[in-house]
Design a protein around this ligand. Structure first.
Ligand code: UD1
Ligand code: CA
Length: 463
Protein backbone atom coordinates (compact mmCIF):
# COMPACT_ATOMS: atom_id res chain seq x y z
CA UNK A 1 0.00 0.00 0.00
CA UNK A 2 1.09 3.57 -0.73
CA UNK A 3 2.52 5.09 2.48
CA UNK A 4 3.13 8.82 2.69
CA UNK A 5 4.30 11.02 5.54
CA UNK A 6 3.77 14.51 6.89
CA UNK A 7 6.48 15.81 9.24
CA UNK A 8 5.44 18.70 11.48
CA UNK A 9 8.45 20.94 11.84
CA UNK A 10 7.21 24.53 11.84
CA UNK A 11 7.31 25.31 15.56
CA UNK A 12 9.93 27.57 17.06
CA UNK A 13 10.40 25.58 20.22
CA UNK A 14 10.32 28.45 22.72
CA UNK A 15 11.02 26.13 25.63
CA UNK A 16 14.44 25.29 24.14
CA UNK A 17 15.52 28.94 24.80
CA UNK A 18 17.73 28.79 21.75
CA UNK A 19 18.75 30.65 18.63
CA UNK A 20 18.66 27.32 16.81
CA UNK A 21 15.24 26.14 15.57
CA UNK A 22 14.02 23.22 17.63
CA UNK A 23 14.01 20.45 15.03
CA UNK A 24 17.61 21.31 14.07
CA UNK A 25 18.95 20.61 17.55
CA UNK A 26 21.24 17.61 17.17
CA UNK A 27 20.87 14.31 18.99
CA UNK A 28 24.11 12.30 18.72
CA UNK A 29 25.35 14.68 16.05
CA UNK A 30 22.29 14.66 13.81
CA UNK A 31 19.42 17.18 13.83
CA UNK A 32 16.23 15.69 15.29
CA UNK A 33 14.37 16.15 12.01
CA UNK A 34 17.18 14.23 10.27
CA UNK A 35 16.53 11.22 12.53
CA UNK A 36 12.84 11.47 11.68
CA UNK A 37 13.59 11.60 7.93
CA UNK A 38 15.91 8.59 8.29
CA UNK A 39 13.30 6.37 9.92
CA UNK A 40 10.69 7.34 7.31
CA UNK A 41 13.16 6.40 4.57
CA UNK A 42 13.86 3.12 6.35
CA UNK A 43 10.19 2.12 6.21
CA UNK A 44 10.06 3.16 2.56
CA UNK A 45 7.51 5.98 2.45
CA UNK A 46 6.76 7.13 -1.09
CA UNK A 47 6.45 10.86 -0.31
CA UNK A 48 7.58 13.02 2.57
CA UNK A 49 6.05 16.44 3.12
CA UNK A 50 7.79 18.68 5.65
CA UNK A 51 5.68 21.43 7.17
CA UNK A 52 8.10 24.29 7.85
CA UNK A 53 7.62 27.71 9.40
CA UNK A 54 10.06 29.02 12.00
CA UNK A 55 13.48 28.73 10.47
CA UNK A 56 11.96 27.37 7.25
CA UNK A 57 15.04 28.22 5.21
CA UNK A 58 17.44 26.61 7.66
CA UNK A 59 15.33 23.46 7.97
CA UNK A 60 14.90 23.23 4.20
CA UNK A 61 18.56 23.80 3.49
CA UNK A 62 19.48 21.05 5.95
CA UNK A 63 17.01 18.52 4.49
CA UNK A 64 17.54 19.50 0.85
CA UNK A 65 15.86 17.17 -1.62
CA UNK A 66 14.79 14.63 0.98
CA UNK A 67 11.16 15.67 0.59
CA UNK A 68 8.68 18.35 -0.42
CA UNK A 69 7.97 21.44 1.65
CA UNK A 70 4.90 23.40 2.62
CA UNK A 71 5.08 26.66 4.53
CA UNK A 72 2.93 27.17 7.58
CA UNK A 73 3.22 30.94 7.93
CA UNK A 74 1.52 31.17 11.31
CA UNK A 75 1.78 28.37 13.82
CA UNK A 76 -1.88 27.90 14.67
CA UNK A 77 -1.50 24.34 15.92
CA UNK A 78 -0.61 20.83 14.83
CA UNK A 79 -3.96 20.35 13.03
CA UNK A 80 -3.44 23.54 11.05
CA UNK A 81 0.12 22.36 10.31
CA UNK A 82 -0.97 18.96 8.95
CA UNK A 83 -3.65 20.66 6.81
CA UNK A 84 -0.92 22.56 4.92
CA UNK A 85 0.07 19.27 3.25
CA UNK A 86 -3.34 18.96 1.59
CA UNK A 87 -2.20 20.72 -1.59
CA UNK A 88 0.37 17.98 -2.14
CA UNK A 89 -1.33 14.90 -0.66
CA UNK A 90 -5.04 15.75 -0.90
CA UNK A 91 -5.68 13.70 -4.03
CA UNK A 92 -3.68 10.65 -2.95
CA UNK A 93 -4.96 7.26 -1.84
CA UNK A 94 -3.27 5.27 0.88
CA UNK A 95 -1.88 5.62 4.36
CA UNK A 96 -0.46 8.89 5.65
CA UNK A 97 1.82 8.94 8.66
CA UNK A 98 1.94 12.15 10.63
CA UNK A 99 5.03 12.54 12.77
CA UNK A 100 6.57 15.40 14.70
CA UNK A 101 10.02 16.75 13.94
CA UNK A 102 10.83 16.77 17.65
CA UNK A 103 10.47 13.02 18.33
CA UNK A 104 13.84 11.63 17.19
CA UNK A 105 13.78 8.21 18.87
CA UNK A 106 11.12 6.28 16.95
CA UNK A 107 12.43 3.07 15.39
CA UNK A 108 11.54 1.40 12.13
CA UNK A 109 10.26 -1.67 14.03
CA UNK A 110 7.79 0.36 16.09
CA UNK A 111 6.43 2.35 13.16
CA UNK A 112 5.99 -0.85 11.17
CA UNK A 113 4.14 -2.44 14.08
CA UNK A 114 1.79 0.56 14.24
CA UNK A 115 1.17 0.39 10.48
CA UNK A 116 0.52 -3.37 10.69
CA UNK A 117 -2.11 -2.85 13.42
CA UNK A 118 -3.69 -0.07 11.36
CA UNK A 119 -3.99 -2.31 8.31
CA UNK A 120 -5.21 -5.40 10.20
CA UNK A 121 -8.01 -3.52 11.93
CA UNK A 122 -8.99 -1.47 8.88
CA UNK A 123 -8.77 1.63 11.06
CA UNK A 124 -9.26 5.17 9.81
CA UNK A 125 -6.69 6.35 12.34
CA UNK A 126 -4.13 4.65 14.56
CA UNK A 127 -2.14 6.62 17.08
CA UNK A 128 1.08 5.64 18.77
CA UNK A 129 0.71 5.61 22.55
CA UNK A 130 2.80 4.79 25.58
CA UNK A 131 2.25 4.32 29.30
CA UNK A 132 4.48 6.81 31.10
CA UNK A 133 5.38 7.02 34.79
CA UNK A 134 5.18 10.79 34.44
CA UNK A 135 2.70 11.68 31.68
CA UNK A 136 2.77 15.42 32.42
CA UNK A 137 2.75 17.63 29.32
CA UNK A 138 1.50 15.01 26.89
CA UNK A 139 -1.98 14.55 25.46
CA UNK A 140 -3.86 11.71 27.20
CA UNK A 141 -5.50 8.80 25.39
CA UNK A 142 -9.16 8.52 26.35
CA UNK A 143 -10.80 5.09 26.22
CA UNK A 144 -14.39 4.05 26.89
CA UNK A 145 -15.55 1.33 29.29
CA UNK A 146 -14.83 -1.36 26.71
CA UNK A 147 -11.27 -0.07 26.28
CA UNK A 148 -11.85 1.41 22.81
CA UNK A 149 -10.05 4.69 22.02
CA UNK A 150 -12.48 7.61 21.82
CA UNK A 151 -10.18 10.62 21.66
CA UNK A 152 -7.17 12.55 22.93
CA UNK A 153 -7.24 15.34 25.47
CA UNK A 154 -4.34 17.77 25.75
CA UNK A 155 -2.68 18.33 29.14
CA UNK A 156 -4.04 21.87 29.35
CA UNK A 157 -7.60 20.70 28.59
CA UNK A 158 -7.61 17.75 30.98
CA UNK A 159 -10.02 17.42 33.88
CA UNK A 160 -8.24 16.55 37.15
CA UNK A 161 -9.41 12.99 36.63
CA UNK A 162 -8.00 12.84 33.08
CA UNK A 163 -4.58 14.10 34.28
CA UNK A 164 -4.28 10.78 36.13
CA UNK A 165 -4.38 8.82 32.85
CA UNK A 166 -0.89 7.50 32.14
CA UNK A 167 -1.39 6.44 28.54
CA UNK A 168 -0.15 9.33 26.39
CA UNK A 169 -0.30 10.30 22.72
CA UNK A 170 3.21 10.15 21.25
CA UNK A 171 2.34 12.55 18.41
CA UNK A 172 2.86 9.88 15.74
CA UNK A 173 -0.14 8.64 13.77
CA UNK A 174 -1.26 6.58 10.85
CA UNK A 175 -4.29 7.79 8.87
CA UNK A 176 -6.34 6.87 5.89
CA UNK A 177 -5.25 9.80 3.72
CA UNK A 178 -8.70 10.93 2.51
CA UNK A 179 -10.28 10.60 5.97
CA UNK A 180 -7.46 12.62 7.53
CA UNK A 181 -8.04 15.67 5.35
CA UNK A 182 -11.84 15.36 5.60
CA UNK A 183 -11.59 15.35 9.41
CA UNK A 184 -9.02 18.18 9.51
CA UNK A 185 -11.58 20.43 7.82
CA UNK A 186 -13.80 19.98 10.91
CA UNK A 187 -11.20 20.81 13.57
CA UNK A 188 -11.81 24.06 15.48
CA UNK A 189 -9.67 26.02 17.91
CA UNK A 190 -12.12 25.93 20.84
CA UNK A 191 -9.67 24.77 23.51
CA UNK A 192 -7.39 25.98 26.28
CA UNK A 193 -4.62 27.01 23.87
CA UNK A 194 -6.82 28.42 21.09
CA UNK A 195 -5.04 26.12 18.62
CA UNK A 196 -6.18 23.75 15.88
CA UNK A 197 -5.25 20.41 17.40
CA UNK A 198 -4.40 17.49 15.15
CA UNK A 199 -5.36 15.31 18.09
CA UNK A 200 -9.03 16.31 17.66
CA UNK A 201 -9.11 14.30 14.43
CA UNK A 202 -9.16 11.10 16.51
CA UNK A 203 -12.36 12.08 18.34
CA UNK A 204 -13.98 13.41 15.15
CA UNK A 205 -13.39 10.14 13.27
CA UNK A 206 -14.62 8.10 16.23
CA UNK A 207 -17.85 10.10 16.37
CA UNK A 208 -18.36 9.47 12.69
CA UNK A 209 -18.35 5.76 13.42
CA UNK A 210 -14.85 5.09 12.10
CA UNK A 211 -12.45 2.66 13.76
CA UNK A 212 -9.68 4.38 15.68
CA UNK A 213 -6.87 2.44 17.30
CA UNK A 214 -3.94 3.02 19.59
CA UNK A 215 -0.72 1.08 19.19
CA UNK A 216 0.57 1.05 22.78
CA UNK A 217 4.30 0.46 22.74
CA UNK A 218 6.31 -1.50 25.28
CA UNK A 219 9.26 0.82 24.49
CA UNK A 220 7.97 4.09 25.97
CA UNK A 221 11.35 5.81 25.75
CA UNK A 222 10.97 5.96 21.98
CA UNK A 223 8.15 8.44 22.31
CA UNK A 224 10.11 11.27 23.97
CA UNK A 225 9.08 14.59 22.48
CA UNK A 226 11.88 17.11 22.91
CA UNK A 227 10.39 20.40 24.07
CA UNK A 228 13.26 21.58 26.30
CA UNK A 229 16.93 20.87 27.03
CA UNK A 230 16.07 18.41 29.79
CA UNK A 231 14.30 16.19 27.26
CA UNK A 232 17.09 16.85 24.73
CA UNK A 233 19.69 15.51 27.18
CA UNK A 234 17.49 12.49 27.86
CA UNK A 235 17.06 11.81 24.12
CA UNK A 236 20.83 12.13 23.68
CA UNK A 237 21.44 9.61 26.47
CA UNK A 238 18.99 7.08 25.04
CA UNK A 239 20.26 7.48 21.48
CA UNK A 240 23.87 7.14 22.64
CA UNK A 241 23.08 3.93 24.49
CA UNK A 242 21.27 2.63 21.44
CA UNK A 243 24.24 3.37 19.14
CA UNK A 244 26.78 1.79 21.49
CA UNK A 245 24.52 -1.20 22.05
CA UNK A 246 24.21 -1.91 18.33
CA UNK A 247 28.01 -1.62 17.94
CA UNK A 248 28.54 -4.03 20.86
CA UNK A 249 26.22 -6.49 19.14
CA UNK A 250 28.24 -6.10 15.93
CA UNK A 251 31.48 -7.04 17.72
CA UNK A 252 33.01 -3.75 18.84
CA UNK A 253 34.47 -3.68 22.38
CA UNK A 254 33.77 -0.70 24.61
CA UNK A 255 35.89 -0.68 27.78
CA UNK A 256 33.35 1.74 29.31
CA UNK A 257 30.23 2.21 27.17
CA UNK A 258 28.97 5.08 29.32
CA UNK A 259 32.00 7.26 28.59
CA UNK A 260 32.18 6.77 24.83
CA UNK A 261 30.37 9.19 22.52
CA UNK A 262 29.66 7.79 19.09
CA UNK A 263 27.50 9.77 16.69
CA UNK A 264 24.64 8.29 14.71
CA UNK A 265 26.31 7.86 11.30
CA UNK A 266 29.65 6.44 12.50
CA UNK A 267 30.69 2.94 11.38
CA UNK A 268 33.12 0.78 13.36
CA UNK A 269 34.47 -2.66 12.38
CA UNK A 270 34.50 -5.76 14.58
CA UNK A 271 37.23 -6.45 17.14
CA UNK A 272 38.00 -2.77 17.42
CA UNK A 273 38.43 -1.64 21.02
CA UNK A 274 37.19 1.77 22.13
CA UNK A 275 38.76 3.16 25.32
CA UNK A 276 37.04 5.70 27.58
CA UNK A 277 36.81 9.36 26.68
CA UNK A 278 36.57 8.67 22.98
CA UNK A 279 34.34 10.87 20.80
CA UNK A 280 33.73 9.71 17.24
CA UNK A 281 31.73 12.12 15.10
CA UNK A 282 30.16 12.77 11.73
CA UNK A 283 30.64 10.29 8.93
CA UNK A 284 33.71 8.63 10.42
CA UNK A 285 34.44 5.05 9.39
CA UNK A 286 36.79 2.97 11.57
CA UNK A 287 38.03 -0.43 10.39
CA UNK A 288 38.45 -3.74 12.18
CA UNK A 289 41.03 -4.60 14.88
CA UNK A 290 41.76 -0.99 15.81
CA UNK A 291 42.53 0.37 19.27
CA UNK A 292 41.05 3.85 19.72
CA UNK A 293 41.60 6.09 22.76
CA UNK A 294 41.60 6.76 25.56
CA UNK A 295 40.71 10.44 25.16
CA UNK A 296 40.55 10.70 21.41
CA UNK A 297 38.30 12.81 19.17
CA UNK A 298 37.79 11.71 15.56
CA UNK A 299 35.56 13.67 13.16
CA UNK A 300 34.66 12.82 9.54
CA UNK A 301 37.70 10.60 9.10
CA UNK A 302 38.44 7.22 7.57
CA UNK A 303 40.54 4.83 9.64
CA UNK A 304 41.82 1.55 8.14
CA UNK A 305 42.09 -1.86 9.81
CA UNK A 306 44.56 -2.50 12.63
CA UNK A 307 45.19 1.15 13.45
CA UNK A 308 46.09 2.42 16.93
CA UNK A 309 45.17 5.99 17.91
CA UNK A 310 45.90 7.28 21.41
CA UNK A 311 45.06 10.63 23.06
CA UNK A 312 44.75 12.38 19.72
CA UNK A 313 42.49 14.64 17.66
CA UNK A 314 41.67 13.85 14.01
CA UNK A 315 39.48 15.82 11.65
CA UNK A 316 38.82 14.98 7.99
CA UNK A 317 41.85 12.71 7.98
CA UNK A 318 42.56 9.33 6.41
CA UNK A 319 44.70 6.79 8.23
CA UNK A 320 45.94 3.72 6.34
CA UNK A 321 45.88 0.21 7.81
CA UNK A 322 48.41 -0.79 10.49
CA UNK A 323 49.32 2.84 11.19
CA UNK A 324 49.83 4.29 14.67
CA UNK A 325 48.89 7.78 15.77
CA UNK A 326 49.76 9.55 19.03
CA UNK A 327 49.85 9.98 21.86
CA UNK A 328 49.01 13.68 21.48
CA UNK A 329 48.94 13.97 17.70
CA UNK A 330 46.73 16.31 15.67
CA UNK A 331 45.67 15.25 12.18
CA UNK A 332 43.90 18.11 10.43
CA UNK A 333 41.85 18.17 7.20
CA UNK A 334 43.63 16.61 4.25
CA UNK A 335 46.02 14.50 6.31
CA UNK A 336 46.31 11.21 4.39
CA UNK A 337 48.45 8.43 5.82
CA UNK A 338 49.28 5.29 3.86
CA UNK A 339 49.79 1.83 5.29
CA UNK A 340 51.99 1.40 8.37
CA UNK A 341 52.70 5.09 8.92
CA UNK A 342 53.85 6.19 12.36
CA UNK A 343 52.77 9.56 13.72
CA UNK A 344 54.18 10.08 17.19
CA UNK A 345 53.77 12.54 20.04
CA UNK A 346 53.13 16.25 19.46
CA UNK A 347 53.02 15.92 15.70
CA UNK A 348 50.64 17.98 13.58
CA UNK A 349 49.79 16.97 10.02
CA UNK A 350 47.69 19.17 7.73
CA UNK A 351 46.84 18.74 4.04
CA UNK A 352 49.67 16.28 3.55
CA UNK A 353 49.98 12.83 2.03
CA UNK A 354 52.42 10.49 3.82
CA UNK A 355 53.00 7.24 1.97
CA UNK A 356 53.52 3.72 3.30
CA UNK A 357 56.01 3.14 6.11
CA UNK A 358 56.87 6.79 6.70
CA UNK A 359 57.64 7.90 10.26
CA UNK A 360 57.16 11.27 11.90
CA UNK A 361 57.89 10.30 15.45
CA UNK A 362 58.06 13.46 17.55
CA UNK A 363 57.40 17.21 17.66
CA UNK A 364 56.91 17.96 13.97
CA UNK A 365 54.63 20.04 11.78
CA UNK A 366 54.04 18.68 8.29
CA UNK A 367 51.68 20.88 6.27
CA UNK A 368 50.94 21.15 2.54
CA UNK A 369 53.31 18.30 1.76
CA UNK A 370 53.70 15.22 -0.34
CA UNK A 371 55.89 12.68 1.42
CA UNK A 372 56.92 9.37 -0.20
CA UNK A 373 57.40 5.88 1.21
CA UNK A 374 59.69 4.97 4.13
CA UNK A 375 60.70 8.53 4.82
CA UNK A 376 62.03 9.39 8.24
CA UNK A 377 61.26 12.85 9.53
CA UNK A 378 63.34 13.53 12.62
CA UNK A 379 62.36 15.07 15.91
CA UNK A 380 61.34 18.72 15.61
CA UNK A 381 61.68 18.88 11.81
CA UNK A 382 59.03 21.07 10.21
CA UNK A 383 57.74 22.28 6.89
CA UNK A 384 57.76 26.07 6.63
CA UNK A 385 54.70 26.24 4.42
CA UNK A 386 53.43 29.79 4.92
CA UNK A 387 55.20 33.01 4.02
CA UNK A 388 52.51 35.23 5.48
CA UNK A 389 50.69 35.47 2.14
CA UNK A 390 50.59 32.06 0.47
CA UNK A 391 50.86 28.39 1.33
CA UNK A 392 53.60 26.44 -0.46
CA UNK A 393 54.22 22.77 -1.08
CA UNK A 394 57.03 20.58 0.23
CA UNK A 395 57.82 17.35 -1.60
CA UNK A 396 59.93 14.57 -0.09
CA UNK A 397 60.82 11.48 -2.16
CA UNK A 398 60.81 7.83 -1.08
CA UNK A 399 63.46 6.67 1.42
CA UNK A 400 64.64 10.20 2.18
CA UNK A 401 65.96 11.04 5.63
CA UNK A 402 65.20 14.41 7.17
CA UNK A 403 67.30 14.96 10.31
CA UNK A 404 66.10 16.44 13.56
CA UNK A 405 65.17 20.11 13.74
CA UNK A 406 65.33 20.64 10.00
CA UNK A 407 63.34 23.53 8.48
CA UNK A 408 62.09 22.81 4.97
CA UNK A 409 61.22 26.22 3.51
CA UNK A 410 58.56 25.63 0.88
CA UNK A 411 58.29 25.50 -2.04
CA UNK A 412 61.05 22.93 -1.86
CA UNK A 413 61.81 19.35 -2.93
CA UNK A 414 63.90 16.71 -1.24
CA UNK A 415 64.74 14.02 -3.78
CA UNK A 416 64.34 10.28 -3.39
CA UNK A 417 66.94 8.80 -1.05
CA UNK A 418 68.36 12.22 -0.12
CA UNK A 419 69.78 12.91 3.33
CA UNK A 420 69.19 16.22 5.07
CA UNK A 421 71.56 16.80 7.95
CA UNK A 422 70.06 17.67 11.34
CA UNK A 423 69.60 21.35 12.08
CA UNK A 424 69.63 22.39 8.42
CA UNK A 425 67.44 25.13 7.04
CA UNK A 426 66.68 24.03 3.50
CA UNK A 427 65.48 26.54 0.93
CA UNK A 428 66.85 24.91 -2.24
CA UNK A 429 65.84 21.57 -3.75
CA UNK A 430 67.96 18.58 -2.69
CA UNK A 431 68.61 16.23 -5.62
CA UNK A 432 68.08 12.48 -5.38
CA UNK A 433 70.65 10.66 -3.21
CA UNK A 434 72.47 13.91 -2.28
CA UNK A 435 73.33 14.97 1.23
CA UNK A 436 72.32 18.52 2.17
CA UNK A 437 73.83 20.45 5.04
CA UNK A 438 72.79 24.02 5.62
CA UNK A 439 74.00 25.35 8.94
CA UNK A 440 76.90 27.32 10.43
CA UNK A 441 80.14 25.35 10.88
CA UNK A 442 81.07 24.69 14.50
CA UNK A 443 84.20 26.09 16.17
CA UNK A 444 85.59 24.66 19.44
CA UNK A 445 87.74 26.96 21.60
CA UNK A 446 90.19 24.97 23.70
CA UNK A 447 89.73 25.31 27.47
CA UNK A 448 87.35 28.25 27.18
CA UNK A 449 84.72 26.70 29.41
CA UNK A 450 87.10 26.85 32.38
CA UNK A 451 87.92 30.53 31.64
CA UNK A 452 84.25 31.44 31.48
CA UNK A 453 83.51 29.78 34.81
CA UNK A 454 86.38 31.70 36.45
CA UNK A 455 85.13 34.98 35.01
CA UNK A 456 81.60 34.48 36.36
CA UNK A 457 82.88 33.37 39.77
CA UNK A 458 84.92 36.60 40.03
CA UNK A 459 81.90 38.73 39.12
CA UNK A 460 79.81 37.05 41.81
CA UNK A 461 82.43 37.78 44.51
CA UNK A 462 82.63 41.49 43.65
CA UNK A 463 78.84 41.93 43.88
C1 UD1 B 1 1.78 17.29 20.75
C2 UD1 B 1 0.39 16.66 20.85
C3 UD1 B 1 0.30 15.89 22.16
C4 UD1 B 1 1.39 14.83 22.22
C5 UD1 B 1 2.75 15.47 21.99
C6 UD1 B 1 3.80 14.38 21.82
C7 UD1 B 1 -1.17 18.18 19.70
C8 UD1 B 1 -2.23 19.21 19.88
N1 UD1 B 1 -0.60 17.70 20.83
O1 UD1 B 1 1.91 18.22 21.82
O2 UD1 B 1 -0.97 15.25 22.25
O3 UD1 B 1 1.35 14.20 23.49
O4 UD1 B 1 2.78 16.26 20.80
O5 UD1 B 1 5.09 14.88 21.74
O6 UD1 B 1 -0.87 17.81 18.60
N2 UD1 B 1 4.08 22.24 15.01
C9 UD1 B 1 3.92 22.85 13.77
N3 UD1 B 1 3.02 23.86 13.64
C10 UD1 B 1 2.24 24.27 14.67
C11 UD1 B 1 2.41 23.65 15.93
C12 UD1 B 1 3.34 22.63 16.06
O7 UD1 B 1 4.59 22.50 12.81
O8 UD1 B 1 1.42 25.18 14.45
C13 UD1 B 1 5.07 21.15 15.11
C14 UD1 B 1 6.19 21.47 16.08
O9 UD1 B 1 7.29 22.04 15.41
C15 UD1 B 1 6.53 20.09 16.65
C16 UD1 B 1 5.23 19.31 16.52
O10 UD1 B 1 4.42 20.03 15.64
O11 UD1 B 1 7.53 19.45 15.88
C17 UD1 B 1 4.53 19.15 17.86
O12 UD1 B 1 4.20 20.45 18.36
P1 UD1 B 1 4.39 20.79 19.91
O13 UD1 B 1 4.02 22.21 20.11
O14 UD1 B 1 5.71 20.35 20.39
O15 UD1 B 1 3.23 19.87 20.51
P2 UD1 B 1 3.14 19.29 21.98
O16 UD1 B 1 2.67 20.34 22.89
O17 UD1 B 1 4.37 18.58 22.33
CA1 CA C 1 6.41 18.36 21.31
Amino acid sequence: MNIMAIVLAAGQGKRMKSKLYKVLHPVCGKPMVGHVADVLDAIGVSKKVFVVGHGAEAVQSYLGDRGQYVLQEQQLGTGHAAKQAEDILGGEQGITLVVCGDTPLFTKQSLEAMIALHKETGAAATLFSAELGNPHGYGRVIRDASGAVTGIVEQKDCTPEQTRIREVNAGTYCFDNAKLFAALAKVTNQNAQGEYYLTDVIGILKQEGETVQAYCTDQPEETIGVNDRVALAEAERIMRQRIVHSLLVEGVTFIDPASSYIEADVKIGSDTVIWPGTVVRGKTVIGEDCVIGPNTEITNSVIGDGVSIKQSVLSEAEVGPESTVGPFAYLRPGAKLGRGVKIGDFVEIKNAVLDEGTKVSHLSYVGDAKVGKNVNIGCGAITVNYDGFNKHITEIGDDAFVGSNVNLIAPVRVGRGAYVVAGSTINKDVPEDDLAIARERQTNKTGYAVKIRQKFAAMKKNN
